[in-house]
Ligand binder design. Structure first.
Ligand SMILES: Cc1cc2nc3c(=O)[nH]c(=O)nc-3n(C[C@H](O)[C@H](O)[C@H](O)COP(=O)(O)O)c2cc1C
Length: 223
């Protein structure tokens, strides 16, 4: 019975398909610099008005090669690097301490686009993390103090209790200090692929790779 149920689900999934009708994306229209190309596509998806256009999958791997992927929010592109914030003591932080090679992935279905970025994650300067932390809503700042991100906790009550304790602790303080373990990473890219959905599954894929002279080279990949 169970197998029949699963098969019927798969059949339904197999029927889930659509045509991609976007115009051609080729070397003529693509910017020579992938960061400018990213900014162009980002501006275009922002204009569509989707929620969480800056949500990206961050893939890391542990020293034994176990992959792990989760969503984080892109908070800026600074000097060509992709910046996000998190807890340095989280699982992802532990992965990146030992293996800073990461992959970022954006999927923007409204424009049939995907951007895949491979790069090296580096902690940003402490002073920059402080500036960003201070710009966050007070409740998010307290949340960062309250949550030992990725650690097992017995139940939600503990989290809420910690939130209350931190709220009390900081109640007389106008500014809440940034926890030491919280901060930003900048992903320094060495390859960026832009994928544009096209009719008949003949999608356009342009891969930018940094050569030995630090110049971006573009090549087309088969879809
Ligand atoms: C839309 C969305 C945005 C998120 N943004 C962040 C973020 O910017 N930073 C972060 O640490 N976690 C963010 N998270 C939570 C992460 O996906 C993840 O659960 C958390 O960071 C713990 O990951 P880890 O245990 O693999 O380190 C977000 C989740 C979602 C669904």
């Amino acid at each position: 019975m169970k197998i029949i149920y699963i098969m019927s689900q798969i059949k339904n999934l197999a029927d889930l398909r659509r045509e991609y009708i976007q115009p051609e994306f080729n070397k003529k229209v693509a910017h020579k610099d992938p960061i400018q190309q990213f900014e162009k596509w980002f501006e275009e998806i922002t204009k569509v008005g989707v929620e969480d256009a800056n949500a990206m999958t961050l893939a890391t791997s542990s020293p034994d090669g176990t992959p792990s992927a989760r969503i984080v929010l892109l908070k800026g592109v600074e000097e060509g690097n992709f910046v996000f914030f998190t807890n340095y003591q989280s699982d992802k932080g532990g992965d990146m301490d030992k293996n800073p090679k990461v992959c970022l992935n954006f999927y923007w279905p409204q424009l049939s686009r995907q951007v895949k970025i491979n790069g090296i994650a580096e902690r940003i300067e402490e002073s920059k993390s402080v500036v960003y932390f201070q710009s966050r809503p007070r409740e998010s700042q307290i949340g960062a103090w309250a949550s030992p991100q990725s650690a097992p906790i017995a139940d939600r009550k503990i989290l809420e209790q910690r939130f209350e304790e931190m709220t009390e602790k900081f109640k007389s303080r106008e500014n809440i200090d940034k926890p030491k373990q919280w901060g930003g990473y900048a992903v320094v890219p060495y390859s960026i692929e832009f994928w544009q959905g096209r009719p008949n599954r003949l999608h356009d894929r342009l891969l930018y790779v940094l050569d030995e002279n630090n110049h971006w080279k573009i090549q087309r990949l088969a879809p």
